[in-house]
Ligand binder design. Structure first.
Ligand code: G
Ligand code: G
Ligand code: MN
Ligand code: NA
Length: 253
């Protein structure tokens, strides 16, 4: 309960910050976007999301937190557009709860309008498990988001037993290969079999594919050879404070 009220105040006091992890196209050798990840600046401690997102989900505070994250990502996209010519998108992680809200699309519209960035400046990540758990609420939202130009990426892909039949009907743009498969690339044959299958599936459905959790050159090489050239992971960069990401932005343009 103490943590809950502290988190409540944290939102009001602007103690929540976004860090950004670059998404790299290794073939083009350039950054092609970034994923926003929350941290809580609590005194001189930077609290990782694992220590407060679960509580936020339980208490419902995830709703104002996520709404804030969408607005902050739009603001940041505008600043980077002005200062660095940034025209890629910032991905925001959205739990199911947000998709249950009929005003999600309207909220995103307000965020991008307020800062004068296009809708495609914001990309949404929803986990495969979350998606499949709540298709009734999520599917109509996905269609409305797609209509206004907000792209959807399916996070932790390969872990959630999604029906392929469903996937073909969903307006999604990207699948993100779960880090558990990336971790075992070059170690277990099963992992490269799964990654190969995901890449083939994505290709036949016209979806982009990105791999997360890339930590070694070996993993990078195997992914590239299998046909996935967009990656995210500690090999390239951990999630960075905005100032530090600007070093990447300065190189990109
Ligand atoms: O940044 P880090 O690896 O510590 O994040 C841990 C977990 O917290 C990840 O699973 C990530 O998806 C989740 N997370 C980080 N930021 C956000 C956010 O803004 N919203 C939601 N819903 N989850 C987040
Ligand atoms: O998919 P999700 O949103 O849960 O992933 C984001 C989390 O993954 C962040 O907490 C980030 O710190 C973490 N992460 C990013 N790159 C790597 C990596 O290369 N290895 C591992 N183990 N975790 C990573
Ligand atoms: Mn994610
Ligand atoms: Na993930």
């Amino acid at each position: 309960l103490e943590l809950e009220s502290a988190l409540h105040k944290a939102i009001e006091r602007d103690e929540i910050v976004l860090h950004y992890q670059p998404k790299i196209d290794v073939r083009a050798a350039r950054m092609v976007g970034a994923e926003a990840l929350m941290r809580w600046q609590r005194g001189d401690k930077l609290v990782p999301p694992g220590d407060f997102i679960p509580l936020a989900e339980e208490t419902g505070l995830i709703v104002p937190l996520s709404e804030w994250a969408l607005r902050e990502a739009a603001r940041q996209a505008k600043v980077w557009q002005l200062n660095f010519g940034f025209s890629d998108s910032i991905a925001v992680n959205l739990p199911n709860r947000l998709f249950e809200r009929s005003d999600l699309v309207e909220h995103i519209h307000q965020c991008v309008s307020a800062y004068g960035v296009p809708h495609r400046a914001i990309q949404l990540e929803i986990t495969e498990t979350g998606l499949m758990k709540d298709l009734q609420n999520v599917i109509p939202a996905l269609h409305r988001l797609n209509e206004v130009g907000v792209e959807i990426s399916i996070d932790d892909f390969g872990t959630g037993y999604s029906s392929l039949a469903y996937l073909t009907t969903l307006p999604i743009s990207e699948v993100k290969i779960d880090r558990s498969f990336v971790r075992d690339l070059g170690i277990t044959p099963q992992s490269s079999a799964v990654v190969t299958a995901i890449i083939a599936l994505a290709r036949s459905l016209g979806l982009r594919v990105i791999a997360e959790g890339v930590e070694t050159l070996r993993q990078m090489e195997v992914l590239h050879r299998l046909g996935c050239s967009v990656m995210q992971g500690f090999l390239f960069s951990k999630p960075l404070a905005p100032d530090d990401l600007e070093r990447w932005l300065a190189q990109t343009v």
